[in-house]
Design a binder for this molecule. Structure first.
Ligand code: TIU
Length: 222
């Protein structure tokens, strides 16, 4: 088994049991006119990680390993959108309303799609999730169990919201979780830094963190 140079200590990496998790790299979070911007955020900050996520995606494809893309989105009839989520705060556009990329965070709309640079291949798993965590109200657990996956390598956005929520859900379900420092991003740099710190504190209480290059090196070993 390979080890990956990680914090707070080396990650014991078994690539055949490790899925790449690409969380919510959707136009609604990364592009102008989507949900992220409607919430008042500078969405251009998130583009910085696209090359690193792309390198990991290509490497997982080259080794024919499990790749899971997630999308935060709701059914067109909004039956899976709690009023508490819809009505929170004062966004310029609420979930389900029509913006320049179609209805905000609704399945099938242009803005809800994963960005073109990271578009899923037909044989890759795409989890549509109504919550911030990818285990809530999805069949992710069943998919991972059926493939014998025990380790999850986390990328995507935003670090302290959907990435961290999913990572904590996974940690409690017994998965070993590795968060890729330069392949996750937040609208708030201080929140990203705090998330990395709290994940790996107390002897990796939620999981490990590592850099893309170190993960790619671990992947090159049998
Ligand atoms: N607002 C924010 O930071 N994130 C989200 O609403 N969703 C995800 O993180 N995907």
């Amino acid at each position: 088994m390979a080890t990956i140079d990680a914090r707070p200590f080396a990650f014991p990496f078994d690539k055949r049991k490790a899925a790449l998790m690409i969380i919510d790299m959707q136009r609604d979070f990364l592009e102008h006119g989507g949900f992220g911007e409607a919430l008042g955020n500078d969405v251009t900050l998130l583009g910085a990680i696209v090359p690193a996520v792309g390198r990991l995606l290509q490497a997982w494809r080259a080794h024919d390993l499990t790749i899971i893309h997630t999308m935060e989105c709701h059914r067109p009839d909004l039956s899976d959108l709690p009023a508490a989520k819809r009505d929170r705060g004062e966004p310029k556009l609420r979930i389900g309303e029509i913006g320049p990329m179609g209805r905000i965070l609704v399945a099938g709309e242009p803005g809800t799609e994963i960005i073109a640079a990271l578009s899923p291949r037909g044989d890759e798993i795409v989890i549509e999730k109504p919550g911030k965590g990818a285990f809530y109200a999805t069949n992710l657990s069943e998919i991972l169990k059926s493939r014998g996956i025990t380790q999850l390598v986390f990328t995507g956005v935003t670090t302290e919201v959907c990435v961290q929520t999913t990572m904590r859900e996974a940690n409690d379900r017994g998965y070993e979780c590795l968060l890729v420092e330069d392949a996750t991003e937040s609208y708030f740099p201080n929140f990203k830094a705090a998330t990395l710190d709290m994940v790996r504190a107390q002897g990796a209480i939620v999981g490990w963190t590592a850099l893309t290059n170190d993960i790619l090196q671990g992947l090159s070993h049998d």
